[in-house]
Design a protein around this ligand. Sequence first.
Ligand code: SF4
Length: 363
Amino acid sequence: MTGLRWQLADEPRPQQTLFDEPIFERQPGRGEFRGLEFLHVRAQRIINEVKGAPFGFRYTVNPYRGCTHACTYCFARPSHTYLDLDADRDFERRIVVKVNAVSRLRAELDPRRWRGDLIAMGTNTDPYQRAEGKYRLTRGIVEVLIERANPFSILTKSTLVLRDLDLLVEAARRTTVRVNLSIGTLDEDVWRATEPGTPHPRRRVRAIEQLNEAGVPCGVLVAPVLPGLSDAPEQLEAVVEACVAAGARSISTVLLHLRPGVDAVFLDRLAETHPHLVADYRRRYRDRAYLPAAEQRAHEALVRDLARRHGVRAVERTDAEHMTGRPARPEQRVEVPRRRRTAHPEPTAVPAAQEDATQLSLL
Ligand code: SF4
């Protein structure tokens, strides 16, 4: 048994205790989960209130802590250190599982106390990461939200979301549902170097298409865009073009935010894959987590122009951008009109570990 300290990365009240008990069980991953460790906890509550709604949503649910998708830039990494775990490999391999998430949610959505506000998922770690194939907590959460006809949104990098297509279709009939796939790049080298545990980005594009065709509104968050790695106009155009063709209902974009506690991991990994860029990143992010506003605006304008070039007409503000840690501005998001689909190239082969992470046969 291990003592537990905890704060949510998106939790504005650090004094709150989120779990009734310390980790009560440690389960080593077996078979397709070999190399992982699952740390079982019981959440004291599962709905997290984001005071002041700075992200455009007020309530979030995150059944897992840590994320096997292992994105080198992940802003949630420091949240693992509250557990006396590290933000590096522990974050990727030792996954905290709130095993009572579904029952807690059902209790907290009691209509005598709950007003039916939108609940956002994917605000801290990915609700469709590999652990979901084993624990099915996100599926249970979606089932409860359907029971209560409660509006919700999901942000994910995983095609595992398609496992729950039946539920999401039902949810879209009964309430307001929004899914966003996060696709920062289609560049194979950048993807392998920075998102080693995620599904191939072309598979995510196809997920956008499948969700929309099934009647589940789905957009794309082109984020984070990495300076010198994935911010070239032709790289961004490839993402925008593919996602518009897939019927994405919206396109949002954000440049990399490199907060303290994440920078060390990101730069260490960058030194292994793109050592020539390390000095430039150190210079750019030396004394700030965000790039200068002018640089961000220029990037957003570029994506907006690319979107228009590929048939997007209207621009409007919609729901928040989960990955950014800050509210979306109108110019960050474009709504995409429905248009004729085009075929997508097949994804190239991906390493077995990444296939393991995403195949529906995991379920
Ligand atoms: S998928 Fe999201 S939560 Fe998971 S490691 Fe990547 S950025 Fe972090």
